[in-house]
Write a protein that binds this ligand. Structure first.
Ligand code: MN3
Length: 222
């Protein structure tokens, strides 16, 4: 059984980019529903997997396990998304800032790439900043799909492109949501830890851990 992790901040902490109402529905209804469906499917199969990452990887690409993949990946994506945001305004520094400079010409270039990729993405999905070894790239995935299924790729941050993520606050303005999100909310401390993991220095984020700036795990129970 997998848990619905608590949000790592109060539900009004991400205002005005994400209202308390959006966050409460998103976490308490959408994420919760994915976790419950995932647990129901595993129970029906008599399966009790140890970690969510394996469930996602093993179900990926198997049409007979579409439903399991979708709910497992959406549970994972939302857990990572909550931790990938912070109410404390941050900026990348150190190795991560240097990698962003080299791949995108600076933070403004990364913002432009991420906003364009996310705004141009057709339908529901996610926009990710990924590391493959020390190289960074931006990628959008459809629906529940996530980079856990890509060999040697580690996500540094992500933004939810499903309309439930922004419609109450930004209506149809996905581009405006992404711009405001990028300026205020990314947890660059987590992104730096993930970038270190991508280069073999330390573990990558795993569900349902919530990590505070500085890398201290707040929760490890399952
Ligand atoms: Mn969502």
């Amino acid at each position: 059984m997998f848990i619905l992790p608590d949000l790592p901040y109060p539900s009004d902490a991400l205002r005005p980019v994400i209202s308390a109402e959006t966050l409460r529905f998103h976490h308490g209804k959408h994420h919760k529903a994915y976790v419950e469906a995932l647990n129901r499917l595993l129970e029906e199969q008599g399966a009790s997997p140890g970690d969510l990452e394996s469930v996602v990887r093993e179900a990926a690409g198997d049409p007979a396990r579409d439903k399991l993949f979708n709910n497992a990946a959406q549970a994972w994506n939302h857990g990572f998304f909550w931790d990938a945001m912070t109410p404390d305004l941050q900026a990348p520094d150190g190795d991560l800032a240097a990698a962003i400079d080299s791949a995108f010409g600076g933070l403004a270039g990364l913002k432009a790439a991420l906003v364009k990729t996310g705004a141009d993405h057709f339908g529901s999905g996610w926009v990710w900043l990924l590391a493959e070894g020390d190289r960074l790239k931006v990628l959008a995935t459809h629906d529940a799909a996530n980079p856990l299924t890509l060999d040697g790729v580690v996500p540094l941050t992500v933004c939810d492109l499903w309309e439930h993520a922004y419609y109450l606050d930004h209506q149809n303005d996905r581009k405006g949501f992404l711009e405001a999100w990028f300026d205020a909310l990314p947890n660059w401390t987590l992104a730096a830890d993930q970038y270190a993991a991508a280069r073999g220095r330390g573990p990558a984020w795993r569900y349902p851990a919530s990590v505070r700036p500085g890398g201290t795990a707040l929760r490890t129970e399952r």
